[in-house]
Every structure is written in structure tokens, then in C-alpha cells.
Design a protein around this ligand. Sequence first.
Ligand code: IPM
Ligand code: MG
Length: 366
Amino acid sequence: MKFKIAQLAGDGIGPEVTSQAVMVIQQIGKLHGHTFEIETGLIGGIAIDQRGSALPPETLKLAKASDAVLLGAVGDPKFDDPKIKERPENGLLAIRKNLKLFANLRPVKVYDELADGAMLKAEVIKGADFVFVRELTSGLYFGKPKKRWETSTGRKAVDSMYYTEQEIERIVRVGFELARLRRKKLTSVDKANVLESSRLWRQVTAEVSKDFPDVTLDHLLVDTCAMSLIRAPRDFDVVVTENTFGDILTDEASMLAGSMGMLPSASLDGIPAKGERTFGLFEPIHGSAPTIAGKDIANPIATILSLAMLLRYSLALEKEAAAVEQAVSDVLKAGYRTCDIIGITANTKQVGTQQMGTLIVKALKG
Ligand code: IPM
Ligand code: MG
């Protein structure tokens, strides 16, 4: 089959990690007889520099004309000045919103071979395997009013945690559907003891649960969830939550997997039925990491695992997706590590970004 993929590398380590994933997909093409046409586009700081906008119209056009988007990362400290209006992050938020990709899946899997060298106790984290379903196009990130102004008593600023029941219902349904395909346990995370939007979230979630009697639903306060992720990560199966809570909790959860460099994500408009495909945007959960950019030390695994999700959800190539995941697992088993996951175990070999990519390409089986 022939597919068109948009590659939006972005800033910092984005170009390094996406180019490794592109090597992987080209090898998948050779081994499995597919043609992947890769077209590049600008997003983030580099797009502001070259086109004056963090999401130029031609990038959005390219995304819409593609079967899926593979994105690296956006962000550059040179845009940190609060007076600057156009920030690299605006490009990312705008593409998610414009493409209506409200469901952000962030799987957290603790590889046995990384658990032993992790900062957290291996006996607590070993075997943890769950998925965050982060709401991506509403909540605190997008709610209005959102502004900053001057008053006679000083500067003020406001962001709004805003949700409609329809927005809550559609994301919670994704959580339930995913749980149904897994261990049938859904944890909905909110702050219902304080926030009105969370009380609505909890109520709508309870209503939707009536359509999924086979799935066990728990409600957890976000602070308790932050604690439980470290205390008993194996208790989780699928976790559904608001945009900002999901952003924060997934960075925390990445430390179970060893590093931010290990967690992939898929942004979709719903879970496709078996054998069907849906357009999506696929990106590692980490940022542009400007301090390590260009040094060939970034971990490309989060992006390569995002590519596996792209193959699965947007191209319905399950066998090929599983082959990529297996290759990553085999390379980790063989002891190869980038510096972020080197750990303290014996028999590990430190490699750079390109070497890790090449090893994964070589480990791919037809
Ligand atoms: C993420 C990132 C983004 C977010 C930033 C770069 C805007 O942290 O994807 O988790 O907050 O969504
Ligand atoms: Mg984040």
C-alpha cells in the first residue's frame, strides 16, 4: 500500500529524533512492501523564524492532505520573553485544535530491563502497563477568558478551566472503549472536591459508565493520582483526565518507564474500530530539550514508539506496528541505552541517537 506521512520535526532535538523514526518507517516499507511518501513541513520556533507563524497555513494544508502526521517537538528559549506574542507552543496547540484531535493516548510501559536500573524501586514498578487518555483540545489550555491585563493595583492574569458536557463525554467514551480492549479498568482523574468543571466531569463520567457495565470505573482526585502513580503504578489500566492534569501526570509517569525519552503519544479523534484507520498526529511526550539538541545524545525511542502508534491507528498496519515495538524491546534487551536510561545495571552499552535508530532498524523483522 502507499501512504503519505507529514514529518513536522520542529525545534531542538525534534529533527534528530524524527529522522530516526523516518529511517524505521522506510525499513518497514522495504520489509513489508509499502511505500511511504514523507513530506516535511515547518512548525514551532523554526516556523516563526522562516514563515512568521508557529503554524503556517501550508503546514496545516500538508497535514490535512496526509494519512498521518509525525511530529518531533516545539519550543525554543529565545521565545521565552512574555512580551513575545507568537510562541512555538502556539503551533502545537493550534495543529491539535485545528485537526480536532481531542484524544491524546499516552501509553506507559515499564520494560523489565529498564526497571532494574530505574530511579524508582524495581519491585514497585516492574510490570506496570497503562495508558493515559488526555483530553487535548479544551480545558485550561483553551478556555476563555485567557488574558493578562494591567489594573490600578497591579498586573492580573486569568486562564479558564472550561468544559462542555459533550467534550467530557467524547473523551470519557474513548477511555471506556480503550479499557474494554484491555483489563477493563478505567480511572477518571479530576479535582471534584474543589473545581466545578471537575464536578461536571465526574457526573458525566458516571452517566457514560452506564453504557459500559463490563468496565470498572474509579474516580481519583488528581493529587491522590500523583501519589498513587509512584506508590502502586501496577494498579492502573486506563486513566482518563483533563488536558493540564494529563500533561503533568504523564511527565511524572514517564519516570516509571525510565525517562521522558521513552513515552510516545497518539492524538486522535477517537479509537478506530478493528481494521479501520483514522487520521492522527503522533509525537513523543517530551519537549525540544534545547540543551541537548544537536549532540546526538537524545533518546529516539519515544518518537519511534510514536511511529508504531501511527502505523497502528492511522494506517491500520498492526503487524508492522508490533514489529517496531518488538525491535525496540529487542534492542533494549540486548543492553543498548541512550544516556537518559543508562541506569546502573551491568552489561549495558551506551549509544547515541543515530546508533540507537540504526540498531532498531537492524532489529526489525519482516
Ligand atoms: C506535551 C507538551 C506540550 C503540552 C507543550 C510543548 C505545549 O508539554 O505535549 O506534553 O503542554 O501539551
Ligand atoms: Mg507535557
